[in-house]
Write a protein that binds this ligand. Structure first.
Ligand code: UGA
Ligand code: MN
Length: 340
């Protein structure tokens, strides 16, 4: 009896020893593994941080945007889908100010390609010079809205659709250049006067077909946007023309490049009732609102605002020019400094 108990005890001791040794080995390997992960996280974060610094230094020193894009590729790798933002823009006193503000946001967005489409019969010097120094990778295009469909200076802003042919030009460029683009790319229609939170761009990168989110200060509301139930769009917080199939603003959705290639004819149209551009495009791409992908915390966050810039009062400009002309005509008068 006694030797049997002794043997069992010896067996138990050996088993416990083995178990403790196994536990120790596991602990040591896990610790090593954790240390290595931490180290590689630190080095990759550090590498990313350094390269991001290089990118922003290059941007502020006016280096060509394709060089910046190449360095940026090193810093963020190929992991993120590229965002292709199409921005229609037109000549007016605030144009350069709007584009400057916009570029300062876009400079902070990695893996971003800006497609700027001028509403003009050719590329203007102002926009060409601006883009060359803006520090954002870009493509510069133009498409003129026919004179009879262009808003006059006294017309109310809602009278005619804006940016239609310019966005179509952007879409056409994407489809024609697809071999040079990121097949996982996401396309966004970014008007030149809106205000964009940087987090919006990370949200839209998740797009499979069409992402949606709320837009602030539009449709007569503080926030207009989808109502989400069980992760799906179940309705809309929209009061202006709520019967539209997709009652949202141009700033409220993004489309995957893949989907735009699957429907190569899909585009906007000049002659449509007011506020129907978005529904017209999405109607060509989706079977219904059930296919929409709610972003921005199930559409509870506002990450873009439909801000509009007031027209500046420039009524003294005419007087100033008149005075300058009179001074120039006066014999012996000093010329204005720009003409020296
Ligand atoms: C609203 C929507 O937010 C726009 O997406 C929509 O295009 C527009 O209505 C419309 O009525 O079609 P809203 O602020 O009234 O926007 O329009 P703007 O910001 O004045 O114009 C939209 C874009 O088109 C801007 O990027 C603007 O620079 C450009 N645009 C405007 C032109 O290219 N040409 C023009 O003659 C006017
Ligand atoms: Mn606008």
């Amino acid at each position: 009896m006694v030797p049997q108990i002794c043997r069992r005890n010896r067996f138990l001791t050996v088993a416990v020893c083995f178990f403790v040794a196994w536990l120790l080995v596991q602990l040591i390997t896990t610790q090593r593994c954790l240390d290595q992960t931490r180290l590689s996280m630190v080095t990759s974060n550090w590498r990313e941080h350094c390269l991001q610094n290089v990118v922003s230094n290059l941007a502020s020193s006016g280096v060509r945007s394709d060089c910046i894009a190449a360095v940026e590729k090193l810093s963020v790798g190929e992991s993120k889908p590229v965002i292709y933002a199409i921005t229609p823009t037109y000549a007016r006193p605030v144009q350069e100010a709007e584009l400057t503000r916009l570029s300062h946001t876009f400079r902070l967005v990695p893996r971003f390609h800006w497609i700027v489409v001028e509403d003009s019969i050719s590329k203007t010097e102002l926009v060409s010079n601006f883009l060359a120094r803006c520090g954002v990778p870009y493509t510069h295009l133009y498409a003129a809205t026919p004179a009879e469909l262009k808003l006059g200076p006294k017309d109310p802003s809602w009278l005619l659709p804006k940016g239609v042919l310019q966005r179509n030009e952007g879409l056409q460029w994407l489809r024609a250049n697809v071999d040079k683009l990121d097949p996982r790319g996401v396309v966004y229609f970014a008007d030149d006067d809106n205000t964009y939170d940087l987090r919006l761009f990370e949200e839209m990168r998740k797009t499979v077909k069409v992402s949606v989110w709320p837009v602030g200060l539009v449709g007569g509301l503080l926030v207009e946007g989808p109502i989400v139930r069980d992760g799906r769009v179940a309705g809309w917080n929209a009061v202006w023309k709520p019967k539209r199939r997709y009652p949202l603003d141009m700033a409220g959705f993004a489309v995957s490049l893949r989907l735009l290639l699957d429907f190569p004819e899909a585009q906007f149209r000049l002659r449509l009732p007011r506020g129907e551009q978005e529904s017209y495009l999405l109607g060509q791409l989706l079977a219904g609102p059930h296919e929409l992908e709610p972003r921005a915390e199930n559409c509870t966050q506002t990450l873009v605002w439909h801000t509009r810039t007031q027209d500046p009062k420039l009524d003294q400009e005419r007087r100033l020019r008149k005075a300058q002309k009179a001074r120039r005509l006066k014999p012996g008068a000093a010329k204005p400094s720009s003409q020296k």
